[in-house]
Write a protein that binds this ligand. Structure first.
Ligand code: TPP
Ligand code: MG
Length: 397
């Protein structure tokens, strides 16, 4: 139990790994409990959070072995899936846009870990992980990327337009999802629900007028909206420093308080998300949360990702900040699983993804008749619609 845990305030143990922010747990206490099935407390590094107009979340976090292993598995599955997407794109089996979130797995998995499917999450086009985490399957995600009928959007949306009942998309217009998120939060408040909306946007999107307009309305109406800035340091080929006069994104809500979070540490992301959900569902109004993270790959598949930053920078981030390796180190160090067990989880994740890829490839492309469906809600269609040229006309009635 948490109360049994002896929390260590001392300097974190792995300073030499140069992770800017770390967690530390009481390994003595852990070794006394061979099953590790009881919750235990870890202490986050004191630099895990920064606050603006608010106190920061507690650095003491209660976790369980089951949760840590689950997050490790989810992050592995997500990375393997995105690596598979990368390969399928290079084989020209995925066409059009494709944006990968490799390196940013702690944000999606951590956010999901502290929310329920009743909460709303809406984001941009870098959203493959949320399909897997929130009700979709690896097959339905890959199928969508391949444009097949088994895809979450029946193969008609592609990489940027993925939705599930518990994930509100999947939006290609930079920043457009932020006012939509405020609208979702408005509905939650209007319907008297005790749930939260997480409206996500990037460092690049953060300078848009519609983002500030959404902040203003959410504050005026005290909406249960968490505005989540996923600061992966770049908007396409432009660094945050070159695009934003103020790169402390968590301070940019004016009267809306904010917290900055180490987005490479899943335990910090989990704790911050819990804090944010509690905040907005206790009628305190909106909150800004900035997750500081890093994208390893290029902006999209057409960007090698190395013309506006050095290879050394990417390599340094990979070797010192990687969210999966970071959690792996904690799990090993705290004696929760052996190296072999962790390797087996990764192997299983790869096999699961390989199988899903084969199944998705076997799914057919949608028939042409599908071009005319899912545009209007049933019964509200116009008499006819024009297609790609004048001669192509589809009559609904
Ligand atoms: C309104 C609009 N302007 C420009 C673009 C082109 N565009 C696509 S992504 C992007 C950069 C966004 O960067 P950021 O918000 O940091 O998100 P990230 O890609 O890093 O996740 C731009 C300018 C767009 N899709 N929509
Ligand atoms: Mg960005």
């Amino acid at each position: 139990m948490a109360s049994l845990a002896r929390i260590r305030n001392a300097v974190p143990r792995r300073m030499h790994l140069a992770r800017s922010i770390q967690t530390a747990a009481d390994s003595t206490q852990l070794h006394q409990d061979a099953s590790h099935s009881e919750p235990f407390t870890v202490k986050l590094h004191e630099e895990s959070f920064h606050g603006y107009r608010t106190d920061t979340p507690s650095l003491d976090v209660e976790v369980t072995k089951e949760n840590l292993i689950k997050w490790y598995k989810e992050m592995n599955v997500i990375r393997r899936t995105e690596q598979a997407a990368d390969a399928l794109y290079k084989q020209k089996l995925i066409r059009g846009f494709c944006h990968l979130a490799i390196g940013q797995e702690a944000v999606s998995v951590g956010l999901n870990s502290a929310t329920t499917f009743e909460d709303k999450i809406i984001s941009s086009y870098r959203t493959h992980p949320f399909v897997i985490l929130r009700g979709g399957t690896i097959k339905s995600l890959i199928g969508e990327l391949l444009g097949r009928v088994c895809g979450v959007s029946k193969g008609k949306g592609g990489s940027m337009h993925v939705f599930t009942e518990a994930f509100q998309g999947g939006h290609g217009i930079v920043g457009a999802q932020v006012p939509l998120g405020a609208g979702l939060a408005f509905a939650q408040k209007y319907l008297g629900k005790s749930t939260a909306t997480f409206a996500m946007y990037g460092d690049g999107a953060s300078n848009q007028g519609q983002v500030f307009e959404s902040f203003n309305m959410a504050k005026l109406w005290n909406l249960p909206c968490v505005f989540v800035c996923e600061n992966n340091k770049y908007g396409m080929g432009t660094s945050a420093e070159r695009s934003s006069a103020n790169t402390a994104y968590y301070t940019r809500g004016d009267t809306i308080p904010g917290i900055q979070v180490n987005g490479m540490d899943i335990i910090a992301v989990h704790q911050a998300t819990k804090f944010a959900k509690d905040w907005v569902t206790s009628d305190k109004g909106p909150l800004l949360v900035e997750f500081v993270t890093y994208r390893y790959a290029g902006h999209s598949m057409s960007d090698p990702g190395t013309t506006y930053r050095s290879r050394e920078e990417i390599q340094r981030m990979r070797s010192t900040q990687d969210p999966i390796r970071g959690l792996q180190r904690y799990i090993s160090e705290w004696g929760l699983a052996s190296e072999e067990e962790l390797k087996a989880i990764d192997k299983e994740a790869k096999a699961e993804v390989d199988k899903a890829v084969e199944e998705a490839k076997a799914s057919p492309f949608p028939p042409e008749s599908e071009l005319w469906t899912d545009i209007y809600s049933a019964g509200t269609e116009p008499p006819f619609m024009r297609g790609r040229d004048r001669e192509e006309i589809h009559y609904y009635h």
